[in-house]
Write a protein of this length. Structure first.
Length: 286
């Protein structure tokens, strides 16, 4: 419902209408609340009614994804769109979906994105420009990516020191889209590696719980939640070190923004709730 209200009452910032603002409430981005609830909803659809054909349940989950994608593309917000698509593909892969059909679905999504870029250049032309600039840095404005990469190089292993970095003053969205480059410049690559290990450790511990879990709904929900965190983390880091085109993806828990922090906290809270019972004893006893 909130996503449907964004085109009508949303606030436009730098050509994108992604935020909502109500009286007595701070500005927030509805998609950050959608992400954890979307995963729970998809897991419930796939596991709820075992009498229905599994492919019919996949179809219902796909239609849910499609509805959300339509709202996100209209904003436009391709980064969050791709994040939700990858998370959905991960969940249906974990549920036992045919691998060949999964590859076909992935190709269909890529074709749809290419179709949108080609036939609606006034709205989605910036995507093609970012990809072109990523392949050939001289083809367009690559200022932010270049400064981020320079900051990472200047930080070295141990960094310039807290508050000594200059990237946050040179790049407009450094506190959100390039926060890992800021951290690397001030605290060094070793600290960035530590952050990455923390996220991977969260994923590893969650996967251990998934392997011991008997409930199919919890398995799917946990797979989706942890994959969303890990995929978002790697996309953010990949953009900062120029392995991926610019997407405007925040880093969970670290990037500035109340909506991002709230969404990441909800995901973490649900993961903690679903993994709090001791499944090991139950598994051993059985």
């Amino acid at each position: 419902m909130l996503l449907s209200l964004v085109p009508l009452f949303g606030i436009e910032v730098k050509g994108a209408k992604r935020w909502m603002e109500f009286p007595f409430l701070p500005r927030f981005q509805p998609v950050e609340l959608v992400k954890p609830l979307f995963i729970i909803f998809i897991a419930k659809i796939i596991t709820l009614n075992q009498e229905n054909s599994i492919y019919k349940r996949y179809l219902y989950s796909f239609l849910t994804l499609l509805l959300i994608i339509i709202f996100l593309i209209n904003q436009p917000d391709l980064g969050q769109t791709l994040l939700l698509i990858f998370t959905w593909l991960t969940m249906i892969f974990v549920s036992g979906f045919n691998m060949f059909l999964l590859i076909v679905l992935g190709l269909i999504f890529l074709c749809i994105i290419g179709f949108l870029i080609y036939f609606f250049p006034e709205k989605f032309g910036y995507i093609f420009l970012r990809i072109k600039t990523f392949i050939d840095p001289k083809a367009g404005d690559n200022f932010q990516s270049e400064k981020a990469l320079e900051a990472i190089k200047q930080g070295g292993l141990t960094g310039q020191g807290m508050g000594e970095g200059i990237l946050k003053d040179k790049v407009p969205e450094a506190h959100t889209d390039y926060i890992i480059a800021v951290v690397s410049e001030e605290f060094g690559a070793i600290f960035v590696l530590f952050i990455l290990i923390v996220f991977l450790f969260i994923g590893y511990k969650t996967l251990n719980k998934i392997f011991l879990e008997k409930d199919e709904f919890l398995k799917l929900a946990l797979s989706g939640l942890v994959s969303l965190l890990i995929i978002q983390t790697f996309i953010h880091i990949g953009v900062n070190i120029r392995l991926l085109p610019t997407t405007g993806m925040t880093l969970p828990f670290l990037s500035y923004g109340g909506s991002s922090l709230l969404g990441s906290s909800i995901i973490a809270g649900i993961i903690l709730n679903f993994t709090r019972k001791d499944n090991t004893k139950t598994f051993i006893n059985e």
